[in-house]
Ligand binder design. Structure first.
Ligand code: ZN
Ligand code: ZN
Length: 55
């Protein structure tokens, strides 16, 4: 079973109760989590596994 991150990769907020999105890294497929706020602001994210970053 894959580990599902519960913290926003951009701001580090806990997603429990806050909501947010989880999506696979376009490069390596690792699940990346981001809160709704960072999603709306299009904050950049960085994959912890491969270092891939994007808006
Ligand atoms: Zn965030
Ligand atoms: Zn990756």
């Amino acid at each position: 079973m894959k580990e599902i991150p519960e913290k926003c990769v951009s701001c580090g907020i806990k997603l429990t109760g806050v909501g947010g999105v989880r999506f696979p890294c376009p490069s390596c497929g690792t699940i990346i989590a981001r809160c709704n706020k960072c999603k709306q602001q299009s904050n950049t994210y960085t994959c912890k596994s491969c270092g891939f970053g994007g808006p």
